[in-house]
Ligand binder design. Structure first.
Ligand code: FES
Ligand SMILES: [Fe+2]
Length: 470
């Protein structure tokens, strides 16, 4: 349970809010590369209540027949090309400084965006470069600038830095260091505050209920990692966690945020160990079946809706992106990536299915179950009236961490998961996320051994991953 003012503090991310400033200090996903149309890669983006336009820079000719403008295209740090990858994308304020026209309809010209109304041209650094209707010798353009933010593309996602000063280096997390062919990126719209999404991802006890099957557990469905057989048991994970619904939950602090252990006794000798992570402030890293892991960010659009962005990575096999993309696109409507099951149709709730097949009665896609759980709370959960128990330990630990970090950040102190230099970035590795069966005795050595075996088999993963910092 939170005090009203603390619930506001951990949910509000608009410009100038304490949490908004903290979140802007981290690189945040703003778009999938695959959602940017090839023929005109320009898209309106709303993030943390700011309206922006993302565009792929076109350094070719301007207006038909004109020579390309001979001017350096600087990013916001003033370097001509900026850190690796920042050159390809521009992210600027959505409304023209002249008279407020929507630049997401603008013309991609000369490496920038040109407003349709009177032809003002903006570079990716937000500077106004041309005002063709003004007198020829006017210097007015030099005085005009719209907001702009540096962007970097990583494994199918465009990340932006909306903070002040120079952007931080990227941590060396597996999701960023995996070669793109071993990854898959996607996103989805959830119509509720971002923190509800994150709290769902780090809550280990819900999986025994929300994702359970009451009938025969169907395989071959995307998102059914709980339908996979757990090595060495001959049983599916959904059965195991459904039957063992009172896990021991342990939380420890880590350089990236929190590491969460969910320990389930399956028999006298056998334990199920599931390790998930909070990647501060708004992501989590969880195992997905036997060989895969994903990192999922929950990025506010505003305080009452958000996008989750995911990078799935496979330690051993290249991903079949085309199939995965087609499967996910079948579940959403474009261009918003709004799930077909949503509040407007009761998330497809079917009482018969609830009786016969699934715990939720909302289909087989676990992502929909999670979406329903957090959307059903309302746009911003009223945390002043909830009743948390022992099994909510990870949720409670995260809130404490978040409140503490907001205060630290306000007073200029370090915060988790935000590297200050390249060396600190190199030390932010993993995080370790695994779902495995171990003997009850020696379970800690056993899961670590499994993890190092998996890394040893992987053609790309780092062998050594730093331990959590307690
Ligand atoms: S409103 Fe954009 S150029 Fe006039
Ligand atoms: Fe879930």
């Amino acid at each position: 349970m939170l005090r009203r003012e603390d619930n506001e503090r951990v949910t509000r991310t608009g410009p100038g809010t304490p949490l908004g400033q903290l979140m802007r200090a981290y690189w945040q996903p703003v778009a999938l590369v695959s959602e940017m149309p090839d023929e005109r890669p320009v898209k309106a983006i709303r993030i943390m209540s700011e309206d922006l336009v993302l565009f792929r820079r076109d350094d070719g000719p301007g207006v038909a027949g004109e020579e390309p403008a001979d001017r350096p295209v600087a990013d916001r740090t003033g370097r001509p090309e900026g850190p690796a990858g920042t050159g390809a994308w521009g992210l600027v304020g959505r409304y023209c400084a002249h008279r407020g026209v929507d630049l997401s309809f603008g013309r991609r010209e000369s490496g920038g965006l040109r407003c349709l109304y009177h032809g003002w041209l903006y570079g990716p650094d937000g500077r106004c470069l041309e005002q063709p209707a003004e007198p020829e010798h006017s210097s007015f353009a030099a005085k005009v600038r719209i907001p702009s933010y540096p962007c970097v593309e990583r494994n199918g996602i465009v990340f932006a830095y909306l903070g002040t000063g120079d952007p931080p280096p990227f941590p060396a997390y597996d999701c960023f260091t995996a070669p793109e062919e071993y990854t898959f990126a996607f996103k989805g719209l959830w119509e509720c505050n971002w923190l509800q999404g994150v709290e769902g991802g780090i809550d280990p006890s819900h999986v025994s209920f929300l994702h359970r099957f009451v009938g025969e557990d169907p395989r071959e469905v995307y998102g059914q990692q709980f339908s996979e057989e757990v090595e060495g048991t001959g049983r599916k994970l959904s059965e195991l966690v459904g039957a063992s619904f009172r896990p021991d939950i342990e939380v420890e602090s880590a350089g990236h945020g929190l590491r969460v252990f969910a320990l389930r006794e399956l028999t006298e000798d056998v334990r199920h160990v599931r390790i998930t992570n909070l990647v501060f402030p708004n992501a989590f890293v969880v195992p997905f079946g036997n060989g895969k892991v994903f990192c999922q960010w929950h990025v506010p659009i505003d305080d009452e809706s958000h996008y989750w962005f995911m990078i799935l990575y496979d330690f051993e096999e290249v991903t079949d992106k085309e199939t995965l993309l087609a499967q996910r696109l079948a579940e959403v409507s474009l261009p918003d990536y709004r799930p077909l099951r949503n509040r407007s149709n009761n998330w497809g709730f079917d009482p018969e299915e609830q009786r016969e097949l699934t715990y939720t009665g909302m289909g087989l896609d676990i992502n929909v179950h999670d979406q329903w759980a957090v959307e059903s709370m309302g746009p911003v959960q009223d945390r002043t009236v909830e009743r948390l128990g022992i099994s909510d330990r990870a949720v409670t630990a995260n809130r404490r961490l978040l409140l503490k970090a907001i205060a630290s950040f306000e007073s200029g102190h370090p915060v988790p998961g935000l590297p200050l230099d390249a060396q600190e970035a190199e030390e932010l590795t993993g995080p370790l996320a695994i779902d495995t069966i171990t003997p009850v005795d020696g379970w800690e050595e056993a899961w670590r051994h499994r993890e190092s075996e998996r890394r040893a088999r992987s053609p790309w993963a780092r062998r050594e991953v730093r331990d959590a910092q307690r």
